[in-house]
Design a protein around this ligand. Sequence first.
Ligand code: ADP
Ligand code: MG
Length: 301
Amino acid sequence: MSIEIKNVTKIYGLQKALNEVSFTVNQGEILGFLGPNGAGKSTLMKIISCYIPPTEGTVIVDGYDVREDSLEIRKRVGYLPEHNPLYLDMYVKEYLTFIAGIHKLNKKKEKLSNVIDLVGLGLEQNKKIGQLSKGYKQRVGLAQALIHDPKVLILDEPTSGLDPNQLADIREVIKNIGKEKTVMFSSHIMQEIEAICDRIVIINRGKLIVDKDALQMMNSNSSQQIVQVEFEKIVSKTELKSIKGVEKVKQLEGNSWQLISTKPEDLRVEISKFASSKGILVLSLQKETQKLENIFKELTN
Ligand code: ADP
Ligand code: MG
């Protein structure tokens, strides 16, 4: 079940919150949707889950158009809004039963207990929502989004405001859910997108600026290669500079070196050739990937 976003523009009054955004979320993918505050992330997620219509353009979810088949789409999409609105005076089970009723589900009891297991709410299921910690409230929000077993999940900053332990727990839950569903997940935290997602889309001021496979993105934005190598014995700087493609050499500690090249050929191959021609053993050899965080800063500034 895929999501096709085609030339979507959203105008609020005089402000263009989205400006001709197009990309596709593929079946079974966990897509990280990144952008600074005010970029338009929540706006697009509301459009996909049929809360607001686009001003121009279309979104197709599993073959249905958000403008024409909103009910069909709502059956297939689970949506966790930003700030996770919940009825704090309701009990967890009571609230989830209420949501199951809205979806007109049959076998409510069975579905409730499945979803409670899935998000790890077992011990808290008989409490009032208002009594739960932030991390467990977030699980209630996730359960709400999952109860009708949607094929697509739209999660708007699901981890914001959680402490490090809660964060790790919720990420684990999302990763597991992502094995079976198409997930679109927004965040302004790069590290977490790196940790969970298969693909990344970045928007800034309503415009799409990056749509790439996460790993490909981390490597392609850099014009230079940085390789760290540790040899088994002493090698001179002059010798290292003689390696094809090497432009800079820096000693790290002991027999570890950092070598930099701006040539397209894989520097690790040349280093290996050099070492074997000299009869030196290589203890470790690693190419550095550019950090997503730096790429993000560069692109959105
Ligand atoms: P993000 O989720 O990336 O932080 P939003 O989609 O919430 O961004 O907002 C994008 C821009 O649209 C912001 O400048 C925001 O102030 C504006 N905006 C969002 N919702 C409304 C609204 N209902 N009316 C007017 N402006 C809005
Ligand atoms: Mg938002």
